[in-house]
Write a protein that binds this ligand. Structure first.
Ligand code: HEM
Ligand code: HEM
Length: 165
């Protein structure tokens, strides 16, 4: 099983990275509509048409993310990811920890969401705590990517934009 590929990310890996990033940002921006739908059904009150629409989008986009993440994990385990570009060892350890934290969240969010939605196990609080955790990780991750691009100029961001294989 390969864990590293020296040849960069494939076009599919890059597409999945950005598609998932956009869908996650959508979930974080509009997730509260799902909370409004759940609260209204518990209290027997009505929700606005907009919350109804965004609540249902939350469900389908969340399932989409889960499917795409599973494909991405399979690709990563089978084909590996490139070795950190010119980074010191503590940097690659940190980057790797950050990437696995993302994968854990990308699976945990849909799973806790589904368990809550179908009244199997009320993990709504855990699911909601995922929001600030996710935002914190994204800020650090995007900040690191920009730091690489602007100060280190080691091609880290470029290889997530242009496929190598
Ligand atoms: C990566 C995927 C997902 C992300 C990032 C995400 C994010 C969020 C956010 C930010 C909220 C609002 C929390 C708040 O009001 O403070 C929320 C609520 C909710 N989401 Fe998701 N979600 C995801 C996937 C899903 C999926 C697949 C479902 C399945 C149906 C789901 C079901 C729910 C439910 C039921 C709530 C209301 C929780 C409650 O108030 O008890 N989510 N989600
Ligand atoms: C918003 C949600 C985001 C998530 C969940 C996410 C997740 C990930 C993950 C898991 C990886 C590891 C590579 C892999 O397994 O394919 C990665 C790599 C990367 N991400 Fe993101 N990312 C997000 C947003 C961003 C943004 C906004 C940027 C740029 C500003 C960015 C730039 C990069 C770069 C440059 C790499 C390659 C790092 C390397 O090769 O060591 N990501 N991302």
């Amino acid at each position: 099983m390969a864990t590293h590929s020296s040849r960069g990310y494939s076009a599919l890996q890059i597409m999945l990275h950005w598609a998932i990033a956009i869908l996650v940002i959508f979930q974080l921006l509009f997730g509260e509509s799902m909370t409004a739908v759940v609260d209204a059904s518990e209290e027997g009150t009505a929700v606005s048409g907009q919350d109804q629409f965004l609540g249902s989008a939350h469900y389908w986009v969340g399932l989409g993310i889960l499917g795409l993440v599973l494909i991405r994990l399979i690709l990563r385990v089978a084909g590996g990811v490139p070795q950190a570009a010119g980074a010191t060892s503590w940097m690659s350890i940190l980057a790797s920890a950050m990437h696995w934290a993302f994968y854990a969240l990308l699976v945990a969010m849909p799973v806790t969401g589904l368990l809550t939605y179908f009244d199997i196990w009320d993990l709504g609080e855990v699911h909601s705590i995922g929001k600030p955790v996710f935002i914190g990780l994204i800020v650090v991750h995007a900040g690191a990517a920009l730091f690489h691009a602007v100060f280190l100029r080691d091609g880290t961001l470029r290889r997530m934009l242009a496929p190598a294989r």
